[in-house]
Design a protein around this ligand. Structure first.
Ligand code: ADP
Ligand code: MG
Length: 238
């Protein structure tokens, strides 16, 4: 587990500034959801935390350590993407163990980590299957398994459920919440789905146009939205 502090973070692509001075203090073990309309800078912000995108200005601390110039690997985070990015030629077990293998971990230890993660995710009977033999929900679990085996300090999710049908999405929300409770991990989770944000988050960050509009618990944002945008976006009557 770890805190994540984002301080006056900025990102420009050429002349276009897409993250405009964002500051967020994420607590140890918190489930924080970034929500906002498409194009408001959620993925860019997440990718900067992950180290997949250079920052233009500002500072990121993970676990009290400035990580601005650290590689993704050195940050001890794990990211789960919307398209799963599984290796089609590998089995479930190989997909889950691959990052450990390239980091030089011994096979027996990899097998143990994979067994633990697949137990948590209900993937044990599927370890020898290929991704093409899995359902959408099972693929999403494998993608989470790949993150869990690495014991990251922070999990980053970028719209992990957006490729699933409505019924499965509801089920996976509950599974991810249960996972959060079990691992007591710090999670930063991006979605454009208001219901997902309201039902899953400890706190929600509402973004618009590269800026933070408001940060608060689902109830706070619903009861006391700072402005019409937050009220409208989260479906509050006021
Ligand atoms: P969101 O995830 O909230 O939908 P993004 O962070 O993906 O938004 O994108 C924010 C803005 O930055 C968009 O206008 C997008 O077109 C732009 N953008 C994202 N990545 C790049 C890039 N590599 N080059 C240029 N513009 C980009
Ligand atoms: Mg995005």
């Amino acid at each position: 587990m770890a805190t994540v502090q984002v301080s006056d973070l900025r990102k420009s692509f050429g002349a276009l500034e897409v993250v405009k001075g964002v500051s967020i203090d994420i607590r140890d073990g918190e489930f924080l959801i970034l929500v906002g309309p498409s194009g408001c800078g959620k993925s860019t912000l997440l990718r900067m935390i992950a180290g997949l995108e250079d920052i233009s200005a500002g500072r990121i601390d993970i676990g009290g350590r400035v990580v601005n110039t650290l590689s993704p690997k050195e940050r001890n985070i794990a990211m789960v993407f919307q398209n799963y990015a599984l290796y089609p030629q590998m089995t479930v077990a190989q997909n889950m163990g691959f990052s450990l293998e390239i980091s030089g971990m011994k096979k027996a230890e990899i097998d143990k980590k994979v067994a633990e993660a697949s137990e948590i995710l209900g993937l044990t009977p599927l370890l020898q299957r290929k991704p093409s033999q899995l359902s959408g929900g099972q693929r999403q679990r494998v993608a989470m398994g790949r993150a869990i085996v690495r014991d990251p300090d922070v999990f980053l999710f970028d719209e992990p459920l957006s490729n699933l049908d409505a019924k499965l999405r509801v089920q996976m929300r509950a599974e991810i919440k249960a996972l959060h409770q079990r691992l007591a991990s710090t999670i930063v989770y991006v979605t454009h789905d208001q219901v997902e944000a309201m039902t899953m988050a400890d706190r929600i960050v509402v973004m618009r146009g590269g800026c933070v509009e408001q940060i608060g618990t689902p109830l706070e944002l619903y009861d006391r939205p700072d402005n019409m945008f937050v009220a409208g976006f989260l479906g509050s009557p006021s």
